[in-house]
Design a protein around this ligand. Structure first.
Ligand code: FCB
Length: 503
């Protein structure tokens, strides 16, 4: 008899499993949160900019509240030039192993050089922002230049940023400073960077010093740009310095960055101007969908990546509990209740989404793919404006105002930028209309610049840059952004208006 039941069970269990699986799929169909079986899809046109079928969506119907911040975002290492004592300036001299071959760390062995030369063109570049009609600018200050050796600050560079901030304010542009955007001094890297919890004191001291300098003029501070991207590049795929591939270390660095953010937040809040400053972290999210929703391994893979890339950070700030658990890595758990209150705003960077396939290669057990119907940018990112809406919805769970601190397209021939902007700005406006508290949008980026491991090949700029002459030219595809900004922007900064009114 038992043999009968065993055979009966063996025969029916896959069928039963399949039925349960299908039931699960139908429950969790499309959810506009970060993880969903199927991507949220709106009815757009067929992808061609001039196609007529906009029956469901009218991208002209936009709403942005008064006081909304319109900006562009940049990072010091990517635009300034004269970068020669940081983790990235060392990295560009090196090679790394890829599929058994030694290749330059930056594509084709490119060097950051002075191809954009922002350091010497601050006025000109602020002029470009004015031409666009912007009222805000997010940029990072270069720790490597400002603190060339531990505890020694360079007066000239401190002064340089004072001058830049004063020029921005004069032009009616609200500065937003990022304290760490992927690059840091080589001495910090050599000490182990964020791998060692002891080193957090150096980061904290730098932030305190900079806040003392700039907070009388600057209201917005981002502590760390995209910890998940930094960790993925530096400790998982190894394409960013220090080029390690170690999931245990990745978890430790993430833990230290989270602790570092919380410590910096509370230190700065206690300082003069702390109570009025707006301080937040910047997180990048990419939705991870299964390549084949009927394949449980693809589904599992997409959930794992969604956890590691998106949710780990959000969970920490939502619950105060950091719980890094990944197959094949040491679990790291700790609780920091203060984390829940350690952001005045959330900086949200959003570009696109991925489909995850359980397809082991030499590099990884999972492969990131896109359906052939996707409209691709020059990066492996398809256009996916619906995802911006979903990302906002997910970030809103933290109950803080949101600033879209980066969003943009690499589009060397400028054939998709116009469409990209139309659709992403529509998605943003829809989120605002639906009640999400989004207070600003920063396009990545003002002009073509150094795109990390990709060198100068990826052209995200609203302005084209001729890297020989440094000449900046507004792209046609960017004019839509200029038009929207000029339509919705409030001309004066709230501060300036208050001052004028009280005179
Ligand atoms: C983000 C980075 C930014 C830029 C864009 C394209 O992940 O924060 O510096 O490289 O991607």
């Amino acid at each position: 008899m038992w043999l009968f039941w065993l055979l009966y069970g063996l025969l029916w269990s896959p069928v039963l499993g399949w039925c349960l699986w299908v039931t699960f799929l139908s429950w969790s169909k499309v959810d506009s949160d970060s993880w969903s079986i199927e991507p949220l899809q709106w009815t757009w046109d067929d992808g061609a900019p001039e196609a007529a079928d906009r029956s469901k969506i009218n991208t002209e119907e936009l709403y942005f509240p008064p006081g909304f911040l319109w900006g562009v975002a940049t990072a010091a290492h990517q635009i300034e030039g004269n970068c020669n004592n940081s983790n990235w300036s060392e990295w560009e001299k090196k090679t790394r192993l890829w599929r058994g071959k030694s290749i330059p760390c930056i594509r084709d062995g490119q060097k950051v050089g002075t191809h954009v030369d922002h350091l010497n063109r601050v006025e000109e570049d602020i002029g470009l922002m004015t031409e666009l009609g912007l009222n805000s600018y997010r940029f990072s200050i270069d720790w490597a230049k400002l603190e060339p050796s531990p505890g020694h600050f360079d007066k000239d560079f401190i002064e340089h940023y004072h001058r830049e901030i004063a020029l921005l304010k004069k032009a009616g542009i609200e500065p937003m400073i990022t304290l760490h955007h992927f690059s840091h001094p080589i001495w910090f890297e050599e000490m182990g960077g964020f791998e060692r919890a002891d080193n957090l004191t150096y980061f904290e001291n730098f932030c305190v010093r900079m806040f003392a300098e700039y907070s009388p003029q600057v209201k917005f501070f981002c502590t760390i740009n995209e910890p998940s991207v930094y960790i993925q590049g530096s400790y998982v795929t190894g394409i960013f310095p220090p080029g390690k591939m170690d999931l245990n270390l990745a978890g430790e660095v993430m833990r230290n960055m989270m602790i570092g953010h919380v410590r910096v937040y509370y230190r700065l809040k206690q300082m003069e101007n702390g109570s009025t400053a707006q301080i937040g972290i910047v997180h990048d999210t990419f939705q991870m969908h299964p390549w084949n929703k009927w394949n449980p391994l693809d589904v599992l893979g997409s959930k794992v990546l969604d956890f590691a890339f998106n949710k780990l950070l959000f969970n920490f700030f939502e619950t105060g509990i950091f719980d890094y658990r990944l197959l094949g890595a040491k679990r790291i758990v700790f609780s920091e209740p203060k984390a829940k209150f350690s952001n005045d705003f959330i900086g949200l960077n959003y570009y696109s989404h991925y489909h995850v396939q359980f397809w082991p290669t030499e590099e990884a057990p999972l492969t990131l793919r896109h359906p052939s119907s996707s409209l691709m940018t020059d990066m492996p990112h398809p256009l996916y404006p619906e995802g911006l809406y979903c990302a906002i919805k997910q970030a809103a769970r933290l109950g803080r105002p949101i600033y879209i601190t980066e969003n943009g397209i690499a589009d060397g021939d400028d054939s998709r930028r116009h469409l990209y902007l139309k659709r992403y700005l529509y998605a943003l406006s829809k989120a605002i209309k639906d009640g999400f508290d989004v207070r600003g949008y920063y396009y990545w980026t003002l002009y073509d610049n150094f795109e990390w491991a990709e060198g100068y090949n990826m052209r995200f700029g609203l302005y084209h840059v001729d890297f020989e002459t440094q000449k900046r030219t507004l792209r046609d595809g960017s004019k839509y952004f200029q038009k929207v900004v000029q339509k919705f922007r409030v001309k004066e900064l709230p501060d300036a208006k208050e001052k004028k009114d009280s005179q």
